[in-house]
Design a protein around this ligand. Structure first.
Ligand code: TXD
Length: 336
């Protein structure tokens, strides 16, 4: 158990994180930060005064605090609209961002517009971490995942073991869930990993996919596996399309907490995480989804898999996509 965990962003994922941290007794105190609701300067003054008195972070913290007796948990909960609730956190989980929402005229922001908005958010997040918990381990979830982790690294320059992105655990869980369903076996029997960026060119690694230690091909034919791997790449969009608001939020929260527990309990667990590569897989200076040992020091060691020629080519393509996104982010950061 840690003394304190900070959660940045009290939206769909942030709310599940705080609730689960309390339920699992991962920290004696949880600090939740979220500036929402934001005042709209175009609103009448009396409306602005009402919004200034509201706080998603305080409201969600109070809601969970009031439920603690029901689940017999003693956890201190602190919510703030600024970053002061992060004070003293040993671990922070970043979910801060502005999702793709239709504008009043029904159009959506472009990917670049959304990237610029979320880079500005991440600059604020980095400032808050630097001010209130500069030594904290950081797990970042916010999208675009690779660009946000890149930005946190640029702004905070933490030791590489103390900054990871969460996407691979979720993408691999999706792969495992679909394989288990198709093979009609327990999810506990399926071991699989997805490498690369958190995008459509992510790499489900079929050569490492095992069911009860046996190659997955012993259970599923090539066509079924191809369908599953394609569905894994698009799984985020599938949930977004079904929900009609926001994106998946329970599975991402659970995935980030699997990483947090590996760190908190020094499990030295091998998980797919967005980690800084310095020569591994032939990549240098880029954060990308790879298997790594997670323990008390965060990223203890990156693990290099033996990939097939096809998987190596797919990984190289995904890395190139991450590099392009980070180059775009770097250029935008220079103007912010
Ligand atoms: O696998 C993955 N990594 C992805 C990540 C899986 C699913 C969701 N993915 C992304 O996570 C998603 O696209 C978002 O970028 C984040 C968080 O998803 P969530 O569903 O929780 O988004 P919400 O509900 O919009 O919550 C974001 C909160 C919201 O309450 C804002 O008010 C808050 O972030 N926010 C801020 N918090 C702190 N500091 C600043 N500056 C800030 N700006 C907005």
């Amino acid at each position: 158990m840690l003394e304190k965990i900070g959660v940045i962003g009290g939206g769909f994922i942030g709310g599940v994180l705080v609730q689960e941290i309390a339920q699992r007794r991962l920290a004696r105190e949880v600090g939740l930060v979220d500036p929402a609701p934001m005042v709209n300067p175009a609103d009448p003054e009396e409306r602005q005064a009402v919004v200034r008195r509201q706080s998603v972070a305080i409201g969600k913290s109070l809601d969970i605090f009031e439920g603690l007796p029901v689940v017999s948990r003693d956890v201190r909960l602190v919510g703030t609209k600024d970053y002061s609730a992060l004070a003293g956190a040993e671990l922070v989980i970043n979910t801060a961002g502005v999702p793709r929402k239709a504008r009043p005229d029904g159009t959506f922001p472009s990917r670049e517009e959304l990237l610029a908005i979320n880079l500005k958010v991440t600059i604020e997040v980095a400032r808050g971490i630097a001010q209130f918990c500069p030594e904290a381990m950081i797990i970042s979830i916010a999208n675009p995942l690779d660009a946000i982790v890149f930005t946190l690294d640029k702004r905070l320059a933490p030791p590489k073991n103390r900054l990871v992105g969460m996407a691979g655990v979720l993408d691999s869980a999706r792969y495992r869930a679909f394989v288990a369903e198709a093979a009609n076996v327990s999810v506990e029997n399926v071991n699989a990993i997805v490498l690369g960026g958190h995008g459509d060119d992510m790499v489900p690694v079929r050569s490492s996919c095992l069911i009860a230690g046996l190659p997955v091909e012993r259970f599923l034919d090539a066509d079924t596996l191809l369908r599953i791997e394609n569905r894994t790449r698009k799984a985020g969009g599938e949930v977004v399309g079904l929900l009609g608001f926001g994106s998946a939020f329970v599975s991402p929260a659970w995935s980030a907490l699997e990483m947090a527990e590996a760190i908190i309990f020094d499990k030295r667990k091998i998980l797919p995480v967005c980690a800084k590569l310095e020569g591994e897989y032939g990549v240098d200076g880029l954060f990308c989804g790879v298997p790594a040992i997670l323990g008390r020091n965060g990223v203890e060691q990156v693990i290099e898999l033996d990939l097939t020629a096809e998987e190596k080519a797919a990984f190289a393509k995904s890395v190139a996509g991450v590099a392009k996104t980070c180059e775009e982010a770097g250029a935008m950061l220079a103007t912010l």
